[in-house]
Write a protein that binds this ligand. Structure first.
Ligand code: GDP
Ligand code: MG
Length: 676
């Protein structure tokens, strides 16, 4: 009898490449799913038999001479439950008697996902060898895996191969030939006590009549509730399963899967922790950079450098140069042109005072943002960001975020818009949304002018302390919000962030330009369109009265009417002056507008103390708290809506932010009034 080996694995794990390498075939290898739709059979090349004879000696070879080995290339599958036509081909062959041995190919660069199928295959009890593919890539990245440990915990041989480079194939065929898989396969349990008990008791029922695949059937029953028409035998099981589902607050189909993933995560943690020698230079740098005591100070220094480059003197210089150029060319040029062709007063107003000025105030951040992006791209490409995320991972996990959320949150101190775009590095959709919910609470640069205007009037002595307290409050709110959302909205989300620290590299100039440009383009173009519209709208509302005639008295404008209308909402917070409320409203276009609106309405530059007519110390702080926490500016809102890709989530986030801002401002107002 020849030995028939089935090549089983996820799409794109390298099955066809391995098939070609083993059989010398030259079939088309495609880097997309669905290329292999039918199974193909080929005989293993004689060269592998020769390798075996060199190992096992002539005598052994003569005995087994007639035993030919065939391999079958199957369509890729993620799970044995799949019911599509292609997947059916794979599943039917795996369970057929033809198939004498499964070689499960696991993409070594994507093991978290690939191993799910592996665990299912182990549970079928069929002869199995696990081939971890793409070890050439792992070696290049300096990632070492303890295959022996994996074999022991999985109860099946685990061998490293590179189908692409043709390494490890002799050992694979030798393992198949010598049937070592038969000796390793001790029964394994991937589950905790409760689930494990239910499964083994269900297994006994399946074991009674059909001896085939009893454990696999028992697990499948737990997953799908299918009982092969013996429903009455499973009454007690159903009760226990129901209790578990209720206790853990998850769906039935996640019950088994989540414990499988837990097993995978713990397995990989162990197998990767036992790292060999990594390439020396990276290792030496890491010894310092991820050192228990030095990691945080180094990280703070690096971030301080980035921020002082982007938002300190170099960034400010570029910003004022940009503003000067913009005013000289675009603003003044257009203004002169409009006067020359004698456009009407309102058109001049909306174009120059509305759109050009508003868009300019946003574009003026472009140099700073570009500098920030260049710096962050360098940190990312060099491999440092992976370390930063690694350091922050543990504390962030406690509140439902991961290390990957860390960088976007940090960027939020600069500007929420790029920070929201940066969440694209998070693959997990729920965690990505959670990160987006908290980012706007990180106090962005645009809020700083508001703080300084108010602290100058109300807290002249403790200005730094007050501003620091607001930054801190923003961070605390972000943490609390993450925790609340984790507990209420995202409670069954169970993903682990497994860090593979890449080698340090020099970033290439090409990459640097490409990444930076992509990000700036987003910022300038997409945010720009929204801002043009909002600026025009605010200008109209500010300059037209309720009778739709132009007015010079801002107090009679539509904006003032709207401000006055919603002002009562803010009375419990200590301020209900329509001017303050209007400032908050225009602040939605850009948080800087809070200051510019206050400037127009109170005449701050001439008489800063005029603020004191509408605010007390307590209500001033409450105003600042509200400014810090309420919905971010329109550019950030646009980014939020686009990135969330869900109106429901967008609306939820908006409401949450408003509620959080109102509640916090209310509490602080009451508190401060109590104590002075
Ligand atoms: P299949 O969908 O499982 O049949 O996967 P393929 O054989 O089509 O391979 C998917 C992709 O992975 C192709 O681009 C292969 O070139 C690549 N690949 C397969 N094996 C290796 C390997 O050992 N190392 C590397 N670097 N790439 C590989
Ligand atoms: Mg294929």
């Amino acid at each position: 009898m020849p030995l028939n080996i089935a090549l089983v694995g996820n799409p794109n794990c390298g099955k066809t490449t391995l098939f070609n390498a083993l059989t010398g075939d030259n079939r088309y290898v495609g880097n997309w799913p669905g290329v292999t739709v039918e199974k193909k059979v080929g005989e293993v090349k004689s060269i592998f038999y020769e390798a075996k004879s060199a190992y096992a000696g002539e005598k052994y070879c003569a005995e087994k001479k007639e035993k030919k080995i065939f391999v079958t290339d199957l369509p890729g599958i993620y799970s044995l439950y799949a019911y599509g036509a292609e997947e059916g081909v794979a599943r039917d062959y795996i369970f057929s008697d033809d198939c004498g041995l499964i070689v499960n190919i696991v993409d070594g660069t994507n093991m978290e996902r690939n191993l799910y199928l592996t665990l299912q295959l182990i549970e079928t009890g069929k002869p199995l060898i696990i081939a971890v593919n793409m070890v050439d890539v792992l070696n290049k990245r300096g990632i070492k895996i303890n295959f022996k440990l994996m074999s022991e915990r999985l109860g099946a041989p685990v061998l490293p191969v590179s189908a692409g480079k043709g390494t490890g194939l002799e050992a694979l065929i030798l393992a198949a030939e010598s049937e070592i898989y038969a000796r390793v396969g001790a029964p394994v349990n991937f589950y905790g006590k409760e689930l494990g008990d239910i499964i083994s008791s269900a297994e006994k029922i399946f074991f009674k009549d059909k001896k085939d695949y009893a454990r696999y059937r028992a697990v499948k029953y737990l997953d799908m509730g299918e009982t092969d028409g013996k429903a009455d035998e499973f009454c007690s099981h159903e009760k226990k399963i129901g209790e578990l589902i209720k206790l853990r607050e998850i769906d039935r189909d996640a019950l088994v899967a989540s414990e499988k993933y837990d097993f995978i995560v713990s397995l990989l943690k162990q197998a990767r922790a036992a790292k060999g020698k990594r390439q020396t230079l990276s290792k030496k740098i890491d010894a310092v950079v991820t050192n228990r005591y030095l990691a945080v100070p180094i990280f703070l220094c690096v971030m301080f450098l980035v921020f002082s480059l982007s938002f300190g003197a170099p960034g400010r210089a570029m910003k004022s140069a940009f503003e000067y150029l913009y005013n000289q060319t675009v603003s003044d040029g257009l203004a002169r042109l409009l006067i020359k062709i004698e456009v009407s007063q309102w058109l001049y107003g909306v174009l120059i005072d509305g759109i050009i000025r508003g868009v300019g105030s946003v574009l003026s951040f472009l140099p700073e943002v570009a500098l920030l992006f260049v710096s962050l791209t360098i940190l990312e490409d060099s491999g440092y960001m992976a370390r930063a995320a690694f350091i922050a991972d543990r504390p962030l996990k406690k509140i439902g975020l991961t290390g990957k959320s860390f960088i976007p949150m940090l960027m939020g101190f600069g500007c929420s818009v790029p920070a929201l775009l940066a969440t694209r590095t998070l693959q997990n959709e729920r965690q990505r949304r959670l990160t987006m919910v908290v980012i706007p609470f990180m106090s962005c640069g645009a809020r700083l002018p508001v703080y300084s205007v108010f602290t100058a009037v109300f807290f002249p002595k403790n200005a730094p302390f007050i501003i620091f307290s607001l930054y801190l409050l923003g961070m605390i709110t972000a943490m609390l919000s993450a925790y609340i959302f984790k507990k209420i909205v995202l409670k069954d989300d169970k993903t682990e962030f497994i860090m593979e620290l890449p080698e340090y590299r020099f970033p290439t100039v090409k990459n640097l330009f490409r990444h930076t440009f992509e990000r700036i383009e987003d910022f300038a173009l997409k945010a720009g369109t929204v801002i043009v519209l909002s600026c025009a709208a605010v200008w109209f509302l500010q300059n037209f009265g309720m009778d739709f005639r132009m007015t010079d008295n801002a107090g009679e404008s539509i904006l003032a009417a709207i401000g006055g209308f919603i002002a009562p909402i803010f009375k419990p917070l200590g301020f209900d002056d329509w001017r303050a409320v209007t400032a908050l409203l225009t602040g939605i276009t850009a948080k800087e507008s809070v200051v510019s609106t206050l400037e127009i309405l109170f005449g701050l530059s001439k008489n800063p103390a005029s603020l004191a007519s509408s605010f007390t110390v307590a209500s001033a702080y409450s105003f600042l708290v509200f400014t810090l926490l309420y919905t971010p500016c329109i550019a950030a809102l646009a980014a939020l809506k686009r990135e969330m890709q869900s109106n429901k989530w967008f609306a939820l986030t908006l409401c949450y932010q408003l509620a959080a801002a109102w509640t916090a401002a209310f509490l602080f107002f009451k508190l401060l009034r109590q104590f002075g």
